[in-house]
Write a protein that binds this ligand. Sequence first.
Ligand code: NAI
Length: 485
Amino acid sequence: MPTNKTPITMARGDGIGPEIMDATLRILDQAGAALELEEIEIGKAVYDRGVKSGIEDKSWASLRRTKVFLKAPITTPQGGGFKSLNVTVRKTLGLYANVRPCVSYAPFVETKHPNMDLVIIRENEEDLYGGIEYRQSHEVMASLKIISRPGTERIVRYAFEYAKANGRKKVTCMTKDNIMKMTDGLFHRIFDEIGAEYPEIEKNHMIIDIGAARVASAPHTFDVIVLPNLYGDIVSDIAAEITGSVGLGGSSNIGENIAMFEAVHGSAPDIAGKGIANPSGLLLGAVMMLVHIGQGDVAARIHNAWLKTIEDGIHTGDIFRPGASREKVGTDGFCKAVLDRLGQMPEKFRPANYNGVPPGGMKMPRLAAYRDEEKVRVGVDVSLTYDGTAEKLAEKVLPCIEEADGMELQMISNRGTVVWPNGQPDTFCADNWRLRFITKDGANVRTSQIIALLDRMNKADINFTKAQMLFTFDGKPGFSAAQGG
Ligand code: NAI
């Protein structure tokens, strides 16, 4: 048993948070976890004091000191400019990997998928969650999807290292790179690159639509799944739901220096204060925390007592089914049942064992240095609002172009589809258009040439809303072709 206590930051949260945290802390304590708790306040009470993020400065200091956060769910206020505490904590502390084991416990917990045991590893910071959105015209909204090479390398490598450390055999990547060839294409390419360094692990890639469908219909065929943020958000909820109850899932959010552990569910205000909440999600989150801080033996002790409780049919109301369950208990009763079984092993389920898992989180190798590529500005995409047809717009724009610009109008697109030249009469057009000006031979174009063109367009009353420079990298275009172009 460890002798040195590990400092951790803990928050009881809102709704059922305090009830399930009390039960979890009692089990941690009696199982022999060596923890020094620093409690912070987050969520409703803090929002009520007018703090828009739901967390105060002194709490950040505690998190930076302990680097480990055991967090109960909180209630996010609707409207009023309040920000999601979860998103704030993740992004502020750089918690780039969200890890969610999704396991079914049949026949003791009812599920259509008795043999499911998979882990979702979701990128936590990038993709559409940058929240970079614009209203581009009266009719069109746009959201910017960002996928970076270092961000993707980190999450993909994490997935392979996780698989290796936890005896997992296969890693599946899901993207939509048949459509998003640049953003999702990068994610897929890096998966292939890094995957090659792990020959002992089986790997495959699936397009997200069929991948999500297969997770719902045949989850037992998956082992570890790594996904960009939005797909990961959706697929991890599908996977958690089909195990049987949201009350059972724990999750971790891992950063380079700090990690946060929690239940996958929310604050369940509908059952708060009734003493009936299932503490299992937070408890399994705490088990992941113990493994992370190097107390894997205590983690296994708790996990095995918990598995034995489940197979003994001692269940809270959310998973209680007459026939499959033996005794219906509240939070306290469930907690006592786990305490009674500390030191026992499950008989039906495979016992938990964290012996081979390295403490302190995974030590990740440094990111590769990037090769310098030759970056050449070859044109500009100009977005503007216009009420009329593509032909009329082209007629207005073409006289603004001069020989000295070194560029030609290559195409006009609307909602990503080419509508000039040779547009199709059936293509529906909104009021936001994109004009692509590009050099004929891939030669460099100067910013001053682009500004001169934009100035002439401005004088002709063609007012742009956005100008996006176009670059090639070692001669390869750093921009997508428009559909139909
Ligand atoms: P929820 O997960 O709190 O509840 C959904 C349903 O599952 C409810 O019927 C609830 O009673 C049940 N449930 C959840 N956990 C349970 C447990 N441990 N035992 C038994 N039953 C359980 O989701 P909901 O109602 O959409 O959100 C409530 C609040 O929680 C919202 O303010 C939301 O923003 C917040 N939330 C917070 C999260 C966090 O702090 N990590 C995550 C998700 C939601």
